[in-house]
Design a protein around this ligand. Sequence first.
Ligand code: MN
Length: 395
Amino acid sequence: MSAVSSWLPLPANTGFGPDALPYGVVGSRVVVPLGDQLLDLATALARVDGTLARLVDRPTLDPLLAAGRPTWDAVRTTLRRMLTVDTPEHRRAVEAALRDPGPSPQLPFTVADYADFYSSQQHATNVGRIFRPDAPALPPAWKHVPIGYHGRSGTVVVSGTPVRRPRGVLGPGRYGPSERLDVEAEVGFVVGTPSRLGEPVPAADWREHVFGVVLLNDWSARDIQSFESRPLGPFLGKSFLTSVSPWVVPLAALEPAFVDPPAQDPRPLDHLQPAGPALDLTLEVRLNGQLISRPPAAALYWTPAQQLAHLTGNGASLRTGDLYASGTVSGDAPDQLGCLLELTRGGQDPLRLRDGTARAYLSDGDTIDITATAPGPSGTLIGLGAVSGMVMPAE
Ligand code: MN
Protein backbone atom coordinates (compact mmCIF):
# COMPACT_ATOMS: atom_id res chain seq x y z
CA MET A 1 0.00 0.00 0.00
CA SER A 2 1.47 3.35 -0.93
CA ALA A 3 0.94 6.55 0.99
CA VAL A 4 -1.23 9.22 -0.56
CA SER A 5 -0.34 12.87 -0.39
CA SER A 6 -2.68 15.79 -0.09
CA TRP A 7 -2.75 19.06 -1.98
CA LEU A 8 -3.43 20.55 1.46
CA PRO A 9 -0.15 21.59 3.15
CA LEU A 10 0.29 19.37 6.21
CA PRO A 11 3.13 19.26 8.77
CA ALA A 12 5.83 16.67 8.03
CA ASN A 13 5.35 13.36 9.82
CA THR A 14 1.89 14.29 11.06
CA GLY A 15 -0.03 11.28 12.30
CA PHE A 16 -3.16 13.01 10.97
CA GLY A 17 -2.65 12.93 7.21
CA PRO A 18 -4.91 11.57 4.46
CA ASP A 19 -4.12 7.95 5.37
CA ALA A 20 -5.34 8.42 8.95
CA LEU A 21 -8.64 10.39 9.02
CA PRO A 22 -10.01 9.47 12.44
CA TYR A 23 -13.29 10.93 13.69
CA GLY A 24 -14.14 12.89 16.82
CA VAL A 25 -16.51 15.53 18.17
CA VAL A 26 -15.38 19.07 19.00
CA GLY A 27 -17.75 21.93 19.75
CA SER A 28 -20.69 19.57 19.17
CA ARG A 29 -19.55 18.97 15.56
CA VAL A 30 -18.16 15.82 13.98
CA VAL A 31 -14.60 16.63 12.97
CA VAL A 32 -11.58 14.97 11.39
CA PRO A 33 -8.11 16.11 12.57
CA LEU A 34 -5.87 17.11 9.65
CA GLY A 35 -2.37 18.06 10.70
CA ASP A 36 -2.85 20.74 13.37
CA GLN A 37 -6.34 21.70 12.18
CA LEU A 38 -9.80 20.21 12.27
CA LEU A 39 -12.12 19.56 9.36
CA ASP A 40 -15.84 20.04 9.99
CA LEU A 41 -16.97 16.87 8.24
CA ALA A 42 -20.56 17.80 7.42
CA THR A 43 -19.50 21.15 5.97
CA ALA A 44 -16.86 19.49 3.79
CA LEU A 45 -19.15 16.71 2.55
CA ALA A 46 -22.14 19.00 1.95
CA ARG A 47 -20.69 20.20 -1.35
CA VAL A 48 -20.09 16.70 -2.74
CA ASP A 49 -22.58 14.30 -1.10
CA GLY A 50 -25.61 15.65 0.76
CA THR A 51 -26.70 12.25 2.09
CA LEU A 52 -23.36 11.53 3.73
CA ALA A 53 -23.17 15.11 5.00
CA ARG A 54 -26.53 14.82 6.79
CA LEU A 55 -25.36 11.63 8.52
CA VAL A 56 -22.55 13.51 10.24
CA ASP A 57 -24.31 16.85 10.71
CA ARG A 58 -24.84 15.90 14.38
CA PRO A 59 -23.09 16.42 17.72
CA THR A 60 -22.13 12.70 17.85
CA LEU A 61 -20.76 9.84 15.75
CA ASP A 62 -23.74 7.64 16.68
CA PRO A 63 -25.60 7.78 13.31
CA LEU A 64 -22.37 7.14 11.39
CA LEU A 65 -21.56 4.17 13.63
CA ALA A 66 -25.03 2.72 13.06
CA ALA A 67 -24.88 3.20 9.28
CA GLY A 68 -22.67 0.16 8.66
CA ARG A 69 -19.52 -0.67 6.79
CA PRO A 70 -20.52 0.32 3.22
CA THR A 71 -21.34 3.82 4.49
CA TRP A 72 -18.16 3.99 6.62
CA ASP A 73 -16.19 3.14 3.48
CA ALA A 74 -18.12 5.69 1.40
CA VAL A 75 -17.38 8.53 3.85
CA ARG A 76 -13.70 7.65 4.03
CA THR A 77 -13.32 7.18 0.28
CA THR A 78 -15.09 10.47 -0.45
CA LEU A 79 -13.01 12.39 2.05
CA ARG A 80 -9.73 10.89 0.82
CA ARG A 81 -10.63 11.81 -2.75
CA MET A 82 -11.38 15.39 -1.71
CA LEU A 83 -8.04 15.68 0.07
CA THR A 84 -5.88 14.03 -2.57
CA VAL A 85 -7.43 14.97 -5.93
CA ASP A 86 -6.71 18.65 -6.51
CA THR A 87 -9.77 20.29 -8.07
CA PRO A 88 -11.25 23.75 -7.47
CA GLU A 89 -14.39 22.12 -6.11
CA HIS A 90 -12.43 20.00 -3.59
CA ARG A 91 -10.38 23.02 -2.52
CA ARG A 92 -13.50 25.11 -1.95
CA ALA A 93 -15.19 22.36 0.05
CA VAL A 94 -12.20 21.57 2.26
CA GLU A 95 -11.08 25.15 2.81
CA ALA A 96 -14.61 26.13 3.84
CA ALA A 97 -14.57 23.36 6.45
CA LEU A 98 -11.16 23.86 8.09
CA ARG A 99 -11.22 25.06 11.69
CA ASP A 100 -8.64 25.93 14.32
CA PRO A 101 -8.53 23.35 17.12
CA GLY A 102 -10.82 25.28 19.50
CA PRO A 103 -12.40 23.67 22.55
CA SER A 104 -11.50 20.30 24.04
CA PRO A 105 -12.82 17.20 22.29
CA GLN A 106 -15.97 15.59 23.65
CA LEU A 107 -16.80 11.91 24.11
CA PRO A 108 -17.50 11.19 20.44
CA PHE A 109 -20.17 8.48 20.73
CA THR A 110 -22.72 7.18 23.21
CA VAL A 111 -21.11 4.26 24.99
CA ALA A 112 -23.61 1.40 25.05
CA ASP A 113 -22.18 -1.65 26.82
CA TYR A 114 -18.57 -1.86 27.92
CA ALA A 115 -16.52 -5.01 28.39
CA ASP A 116 -12.85 -5.35 29.20
CA PHE A 117 -10.73 -8.37 28.32
CA TYR A 118 -7.53 -9.78 29.78
CA SER A 119 -5.81 -10.75 26.55
CA SER A 120 -2.13 -10.18 27.25
CA GLN A 121 -0.50 -13.42 28.37
CA GLN A 122 2.41 -11.44 29.83
CA HIS A 123 0.03 -9.23 31.86
CA ALA A 124 -2.14 -12.12 33.05
CA THR A 125 0.97 -14.09 34.07
CA ASN A 126 2.55 -11.17 35.91
CA VAL A 127 -0.68 -10.28 37.73
CA GLY A 128 -1.30 -13.91 38.64
CA ARG A 129 2.16 -14.15 40.22
CA ILE A 130 1.57 -10.95 42.24
CA PHE A 131 -2.04 -11.57 43.36
CA ARG A 132 -1.95 -15.40 43.64
CA PRO A 133 1.67 -16.39 44.32
CA ASP A 134 0.71 -19.90 45.43
CA ALA A 135 -1.46 -20.75 42.39
CA PRO A 136 -0.60 -21.27 38.71
CA ALA A 137 -0.04 -17.82 37.17
CA LEU A 138 -2.60 -18.23 34.37
CA PRO A 139 -6.20 -19.07 35.36
CA PRO A 140 -7.31 -22.51 34.03
CA ALA A 141 -9.62 -21.07 31.34
CA TRP A 142 -7.17 -18.44 30.12
CA LYS A 143 -5.92 -20.25 26.99
CA HIS A 144 -9.40 -21.57 26.11
CA VAL A 145 -11.43 -18.35 26.09
CA PRO A 146 -10.58 -14.65 26.03
CA ILE A 147 -11.37 -13.89 29.69
CA GLY A 148 -13.14 -10.60 30.35
CA TYR A 149 -15.60 -8.78 32.58
CA HIS A 150 -18.50 -6.46 31.94
CA GLY A 151 -17.72 -2.92 33.02
CA ARG A 152 -19.65 0.28 33.60
CA SER A 153 -20.39 2.23 30.42
CA GLY A 154 -21.77 5.27 32.26
CA THR A 155 -18.34 6.11 33.67
CA VAL A 156 -16.47 6.01 30.37
CA VAL A 157 -15.14 9.54 29.82
CA VAL A 158 -13.11 11.37 27.21
CA SER A 159 -9.41 12.14 27.59
CA GLY A 160 -8.74 15.20 29.73
CA THR A 161 -11.38 14.37 32.32
CA PRO A 162 -9.68 14.28 35.76
CA VAL A 163 -9.82 11.05 37.75
CA ARG A 164 -11.04 11.54 41.30
CA ARG A 165 -9.22 9.14 43.63
CA PRO A 166 -11.91 6.59 44.51
CA ARG A 167 -12.94 5.57 47.99
CA GLY A 168 -13.64 1.96 48.72
CA VAL A 169 -13.21 -0.95 51.09
CA LEU A 170 -9.46 -1.55 51.25
CA GLY A 171 -9.63 -4.47 53.66
CA PRO A 172 -11.68 -5.69 56.63
CA GLY A 173 -13.13 -2.64 58.43
CA ARG A 174 -11.27 -0.11 56.25
CA TYR A 175 -13.22 2.26 53.99
CA GLY A 176 -11.26 5.17 52.55
CA PRO A 177 -9.39 6.64 49.59
CA SER A 178 -7.54 4.07 47.51
CA GLU A 179 -3.84 3.94 48.32
CA ARG A 180 -3.01 1.95 45.18
CA LEU A 181 -4.42 3.87 42.25
CA ASP A 182 -3.11 2.48 38.98
CA VAL A 183 -3.47 2.76 35.20
CA GLU A 184 -4.01 0.13 32.54
CA ALA A 185 -2.84 0.95 29.00
CA GLU A 186 -5.29 -0.66 26.60
CA VAL A 187 -6.71 -0.63 23.08
CA GLY A 188 -10.50 -0.16 22.80
CA PHE A 189 -12.75 -1.33 19.94
CA VAL A 190 -15.89 0.64 19.05
CA VAL A 191 -18.84 -1.34 17.68
CA GLY A 192 -20.96 0.22 14.96
CA THR A 193 -23.25 -2.40 13.46
CA PRO A 194 -25.47 -4.16 16.01
CA SER A 195 -26.26 -7.90 16.02
CA ARG A 196 -29.42 -9.88 16.75
CA LEU A 197 -30.14 -11.35 20.17
CA GLY A 198 -29.50 -15.08 20.15
CA GLU A 199 -27.17 -15.00 17.13
CA PRO A 200 -23.43 -15.19 17.86
CA VAL A 201 -21.22 -13.04 15.63
CA PRO A 202 -18.75 -15.22 13.71
CA ALA A 203 -15.12 -14.24 14.22
CA ALA A 204 -14.80 -13.76 10.45
CA ASP A 205 -17.46 -11.01 10.57
CA TRP A 206 -15.71 -8.75 13.08
CA ARG A 207 -14.97 -6.02 10.53
CA GLU A 208 -18.66 -5.75 9.65
CA HIS A 209 -19.33 -4.77 13.27
CA VAL A 210 -16.23 -2.97 14.54
CA PHE A 211 -15.99 0.62 13.33
CA GLY A 212 -12.66 1.61 14.82
CA VAL A 213 -10.16 1.88 17.61
CA VAL A 214 -9.51 4.18 20.57
CA LEU A 215 -6.84 4.23 23.25
CA LEU A 216 -8.19 3.40 26.67
CA ASN A 217 -7.02 3.82 30.26
CA ASP A 218 -8.78 1.41 32.61
CA TRP A 219 -8.00 3.23 35.88
CA SER A 220 -7.78 0.61 38.62
CA ALA A 221 -7.70 0.78 42.43
CA ARG A 222 -5.58 -2.26 43.25
CA ASP A 223 -6.42 -2.34 46.98
CA ILE A 224 -10.19 -2.23 46.35
CA GLN A 225 -9.81 -4.71 43.49
CA SER A 226 -7.74 -7.29 45.34
CA PHE A 227 -10.04 -7.29 48.39
CA GLU A 228 -13.33 -7.51 46.47
CA SER A 229 -12.28 -9.87 43.67
CA ARG A 230 -12.14 -13.21 45.49
CA PRO A 231 -13.76 -14.75 43.53
CA LEU A 232 -15.98 -12.23 41.66
CA GLY A 233 -14.77 -9.10 40.04
CA PRO A 234 -13.50 -6.60 39.13
CA PHE A 235 -16.36 -4.49 40.50
CA LEU A 236 -15.77 -1.18 42.30
CA GLY A 237 -12.00 -1.39 41.86
CA LYS A 238 -12.43 -0.33 38.22
CA SER A 239 -15.96 1.06 37.72
CA PHE A 240 -15.21 4.58 38.99
CA LEU A 241 -13.72 5.80 35.67
CA THR A 242 -12.48 4.59 32.29
CA SER A 243 -10.90 7.12 29.91
CA VAL A 244 -10.80 6.96 26.12
CA SER A 245 -8.94 8.98 23.51
CA PRO A 246 -11.06 11.49 21.55
CA TRP A 247 -10.34 10.13 18.03
CA VAL A 248 -11.93 6.93 16.75
CA VAL A 249 -9.50 5.58 14.15
CA PRO A 250 -11.34 3.54 11.52
CA LEU A 251 -10.12 -0.02 10.97
CA ALA A 252 -9.50 0.87 7.32
CA ALA A 253 -6.74 3.26 8.42
CA LEU A 254 -5.09 0.49 10.44
CA GLU A 255 -4.84 -2.13 7.69
CA PRO A 256 -1.06 -1.53 7.31
CA ALA A 257 -0.81 -2.38 11.03
CA PHE A 258 -2.55 -5.75 10.69
CA VAL A 259 -0.06 -8.48 11.68
CA ASP A 260 -0.24 -12.17 12.54
CA PRO A 261 -1.04 -12.71 16.23
CA PRO A 262 1.20 -14.92 18.37
CA ALA A 263 0.80 -18.69 17.85
CA GLN A 264 -2.08 -20.08 19.91
CA ASP A 265 -1.69 -23.40 21.70
CA PRO A 266 -4.00 -25.23 22.29
CA ARG A 267 -5.79 -24.64 19.01
CA PRO A 268 -8.71 -22.27 19.69
CA LEU A 269 -12.25 -23.66 19.46
CA ASP A 270 -13.95 -23.37 16.07
CA HIS A 271 -16.08 -20.37 17.00
CA LEU A 272 -12.89 -18.44 17.86
CA GLN A 273 -11.54 -18.92 14.32
CA PRO A 274 -10.27 -17.42 12.14
CA ALA A 275 -8.25 -15.40 14.63
CA GLY A 276 -7.88 -12.47 12.24
CA PRO A 277 -5.11 -9.94 12.71
CA ALA A 278 -3.42 -8.44 15.72
CA LEU A 279 -2.73 -4.70 15.57
CA ASP A 280 0.86 -3.51 15.48
CA LEU A 281 0.36 -0.49 17.71
CA THR A 282 3.13 0.72 19.98
CA LEU A 283 1.66 2.42 23.01
CA GLU A 284 3.63 4.87 25.15
CA VAL A 285 2.77 5.56 28.78
CA ARG A 286 4.00 8.77 30.41
CA LEU A 287 3.80 9.67 34.08
CA ASN A 288 4.13 13.46 34.55
CA GLY A 289 5.67 13.60 31.09
CA GLN A 290 8.26 10.89 31.72
CA LEU A 291 8.13 7.83 29.47
CA ILE A 292 7.67 4.79 31.73
CA SER A 293 6.61 2.09 29.27
CA ARG A 294 6.11 1.16 25.59
CA PRO A 295 3.57 -1.68 25.53
CA PRO A 296 3.30 -3.55 22.18
CA ALA A 297 -0.27 -4.41 21.17
CA ALA A 298 0.98 -6.88 18.53
CA ALA A 299 1.96 -9.21 21.39
CA LEU A 300 -1.64 -9.67 22.62
CA TYR A 301 -2.57 -13.38 22.64
CA TRP A 302 -6.28 -12.99 21.81
CA THR A 303 -7.32 -10.87 18.82
CA PRO A 304 -10.19 -8.36 18.48
CA ALA A 305 -12.05 -10.84 16.22
CA GLN A 306 -11.81 -13.55 18.87
CA GLN A 307 -12.85 -11.17 21.64
CA LEU A 308 -15.96 -10.17 19.66
CA ALA A 309 -16.83 -13.78 18.80
CA HIS A 310 -16.48 -14.74 22.45
CA LEU A 311 -18.45 -11.72 23.69
CA THR A 312 -21.42 -12.83 21.55
CA GLY A 313 -20.77 -16.58 21.68
CA ASN A 314 -23.68 -17.12 24.09
CA GLY A 315 -26.09 -15.15 21.89
CA ALA A 316 -25.63 -11.81 23.66
CA SER A 317 -26.34 -9.07 21.13
CA LEU A 318 -24.27 -6.05 20.16
CA ARG A 319 -25.54 -2.49 20.23
CA THR A 320 -24.20 0.50 18.34
CA GLY A 321 -21.70 2.16 20.65
CA ASP A 322 -20.60 -0.99 22.42
CA LEU A 323 -17.02 -0.69 23.56
CA TYR A 324 -14.72 -3.61 24.29
CA ALA A 325 -11.11 -3.31 25.33
CA SER A 326 -8.06 -5.53 25.00
CA GLY A 327 -7.08 -5.59 28.65
CA THR A 328 -3.75 -4.23 29.83
CA VAL A 329 -1.16 -4.45 27.07
CA SER A 330 2.16 -5.81 28.32
CA GLY A 331 5.14 -7.19 26.43
CA ASP A 332 8.04 -9.40 27.49
CA ALA A 333 10.51 -6.64 28.38
CA PRO A 334 10.58 -4.73 31.68
CA ASP A 335 9.91 -1.45 29.82
CA GLN A 336 6.86 -2.89 28.03
CA LEU A 337 4.56 -3.37 31.03
CA GLY A 338 1.19 -1.62 30.82
CA CYS A 339 0.42 -0.86 34.48
CA LEU A 340 2.21 0.21 37.66
CA LEU A 341 1.25 -3.05 39.39
CA GLU A 342 3.61 -4.81 37.00
CA LEU A 343 6.17 -2.00 36.57
CA THR A 344 6.70 -1.81 40.36
CA ARG A 345 6.07 -5.51 41.05
CA GLY A 346 3.11 -4.92 43.28
CA GLY A 347 4.59 -1.72 44.69
CA GLN A 348 7.76 -3.41 45.97
CA ASP A 349 10.06 -1.79 43.44
CA PRO A 350 8.96 1.87 43.06
CA LEU A 351 9.67 3.81 39.86
CA ARG A 352 12.29 6.54 40.25
CA LEU A 353 11.17 9.74 38.54
CA ARG A 354 13.43 12.45 37.15
CA ASP A 355 12.24 14.93 39.80
CA GLY A 356 13.79 12.71 42.48
CA THR A 357 10.49 11.32 43.75
CA ALA A 358 9.39 7.69 43.54
CA ARG A 359 6.04 6.07 42.77
CA ALA A 360 4.68 2.68 43.76
CA TYR A 361 1.21 3.88 42.66
CA LEU A 362 -0.22 7.24 41.56
CA SER A 363 -0.07 10.35 43.75
CA ASP A 364 -2.61 13.18 43.74
CA GLY A 365 -1.68 15.65 41.00
CA ASP A 366 -0.02 13.04 38.79
CA THR A 367 -0.86 13.05 35.10
CA ILE A 368 -0.91 9.95 32.92
CA ASP A 369 -0.74 10.19 29.12
CA ILE A 370 -1.10 7.15 26.90
CA THR A 371 -0.32 7.71 23.22
CA ALA A 372 0.16 5.41 20.27
CA THR A 373 1.08 5.30 16.64
CA ALA A 374 0.53 2.66 13.99
CA PRO A 375 2.59 2.06 10.87
CA GLY A 376 0.88 3.62 7.85
CA PRO A 377 1.58 3.03 4.16
CA SER A 378 5.18 3.51 2.92
CA GLY A 379 6.76 4.39 6.24
CA THR A 380 4.17 6.97 7.26
CA LEU A 381 2.62 7.04 10.71
CA ILE A 382 -1.02 6.82 11.70
CA GLY A 383 -1.64 8.78 14.92
CA LEU A 384 -4.07 7.51 17.51
CA GLY A 385 -3.83 10.66 19.63
CA ALA A 386 -3.71 10.43 23.40
CA VAL A 387 -5.76 9.50 26.42
CA SER A 388 -4.80 11.67 29.37
CA GLY A 389 -5.98 12.24 32.90
CA MET A 390 -4.84 13.94 36.08
CA VAL A 391 -5.39 12.45 39.53
CA MET A 392 -7.51 14.62 41.86
CA PRO A 393 -7.61 14.05 45.62
CA ALA A 394 -10.45 11.98 47.07
CA GLU A 395 -13.61 13.92 47.98
MN1 MN B 1 -8.37 -3.53 32.22
